[in-house]
Design a protein around this ligand. Sequence first.
Ligand code: 5RP
Length: 230
Amino acid sequence: MTQDELKQAVARAAIAYVVDGAIIGVGTGSTANFFIDELGTIKDRIKGAVASSESTAARLQSHGIRVWDLNEVDSMPVYIDGADEIDASGAMIKGGGAALTREKIVASVATQFVCIADGSKLVDVLGKFPLPIEVIPMAVAVVSRKLAALGATPVMRMKDGKPLVTDNGCYIIDAANMRISDPVALEQTINNIVGVVTSGLFARKGADVCLLGMAGGVRTMTFPGQSSLL
Ligand code: 5RP
C-alpha cells in the first residue's frame, strides 16, 4: 500500500468515531483532508464541523459541511487530526502544516482526540521531525536564541523565499535536532518562552486514540490516561 492509501484507510476508519448529530473538530494536513472527504459522504449525519485552519474550512465547505466558529461551540465529542510523530504514550509532534495553534485550541474543546496517521509516524522518541513552534514575528530572534540554549537548531520556516505566515499572522520556527525524552516538560518549557504562541508538542494533552495505517490493516492504539488530563 502507498502512504496515501494508508492515510485513506485510517481516514475511513475514523468515521466510526463521528458522533451522529454532533459538531466535529477537524484537523489539517493530507490525512485530515482524506478524512474531510470521507466526512463529506456522511455530512447529513452531523451538525457541522469546527476547522483548525483556513484550508480545512475551505475543504469542509466545498463538501457542503457547515463550518462553525469555535466561539459558538461549548463542547465537541471528538477532534480528528493527523500527526507528524506520535509515541507510545499518545504524545505527538504536530504543525508540519503550520496549523498547530488552532489545532491545539480546537482539540482543547473536544472530549476525545483521535489521531489518524500512517504507520511511519509511530516513533520511540519524539524529535526526529523538527518541532514546529509558532512565534510572534518580533520575537523570532530571541525565541531562536532560547531554543538554541535548549540544544535545538532553530530554522525559520520559509515559503517562496519569505517567512511562512500562519493563519494567525505569525511565523514558524522548526526546532531541529531535539531528542525529546520528556515531552510534557519540554512542552511547558517552550510554551513559557515569551514570544512563543505555542509549540507543536501535544504531550500534556495528547491523543486518546490513534488509528495507525499499517500494511496489514488499521491498528488502534488507545491511551486511557489522556482523557483525565482534559
Ligand atoms: C498540520 C499538522 C498535521 O496534522 C501533520 O503535519 C500531519 O500531516 P499529514 O497528515 O499531511 O502527514 O499538524 O499542522
